[in-house]
Structures are given as C-alpha cells and as structure tokens.
Design a protein around this ligand. Structure first.
Ligand code: FES
Length: 150
C-alpha cells in the first residue's frame, strides 16, 4: 500500500507513548535519567504516502491495514482524522488483527478470543495477556509518519 519512506534516523526516545526528541532542559533530563533505561528506545520514523489526501484514500475508515516497517508488521487504523498504529498480531495468541472489529470505545477486538485493547494506549481491557504494543503516528501535509522502536 502506498510508498513507505524510511526517514533519516533521529535521536528520540519513547516513554509511555511520549516521544522525546533533541536537547531537553536540565530538569527534564534529570527526570528522564530517573526513568529505567529499559524505557528508552531509539525510534525509527517511517512515512507513508506523500499527502493527506493520499493517506485518506489508502486508509478507509475503521479498516485495519497492514504495513511492514523495517521487518515489523504493523496494523494501521483510521477513525475519522485519528490514526492508530499497533502490532498487527494479538499479544494473546498471535491472531492477525487485520480482521479485528472496532467498538465505540476506541477498542480493537481480536477476532480469535475477543480480547479488547485500548487503541490509544494498547492496554488490555478484557482478557489475560500483555498489552498490545502501540506506536506514535501523526498525519502531516506530506503523509503519515509512524515511529517504531529499533
Ligand atoms: S489471540 Fe487474540 S484474544 Fe486470543
């Protein structure tokens, strides 16, 4: 689907979905240094498409599309002007989330055992498994960018 552009690598880190880039003020650096090192991941940015219009055409609303970013299969979902990116396999038993349903609470429902996950945070809302990994995604005039840990 569309073109995928690998963006030049930037120094950025993710902590609970918050992307931190560039040089931080000292107090923020101190706060960040208190966080566990395992929370830091270097991110690689990918761009899908080349315009907003192209993205809206590529991603029909409420339909999960799969893209391979690096070597990672990622599910992308559009709900109106909101976009979500997440692992395309369920963290429970690995079912493909391409066939997943979306409910009115912005939850994705796995087609195999109907576990539900919050699309914004990946938190499991029903069922017993780890959270669904979710990734920062942003719509720009030049397309959709998705940041994936390396
Ligand atoms: S594989 Fe998704 S809920 Fe079991």
């Amino acid at each position: 689907m569309g073109d995928i552009h690998e963006m030049p690598m930037r120094k950025c880190f993710s902590h609970r979905g918050m992307i931190i880039r560039g040089i931080l003020p000292m107090k923020d650096r101190d706060r960040l240094s208190d966080l566990k090192k395992s929370n830091y991941k270097q991110m690689k940015e990918y761009r899908l498409g080349s315009s907003k219009q192209e993205i809206f055409e590529l991603l029909p609303e409420r339909k999960v599309k799969k893209v391979i970013l690096g070597e990672k299969p990622i599910g992308i979902l559009r709900m109106g002007e909101l976009f979500y990116a997440f692992d395309s396999q369920c963290p429970h038993r690995g079912a493909d989330l391409l066939q997943a349903n979306i409910n009115g609470l912005s939850e994705i429902i796995c087609p195999l055992h109907q576990y539900r996950f919050d699309l914004k945070t990946g938190q499991v809302r029903s069922g017993y498994c780890s959270d669904l990994p979710v990734y920062p995604v942003h719509l720009h005039e030049e397309g959709l960018t998705i940041q994936i840990p390396q």
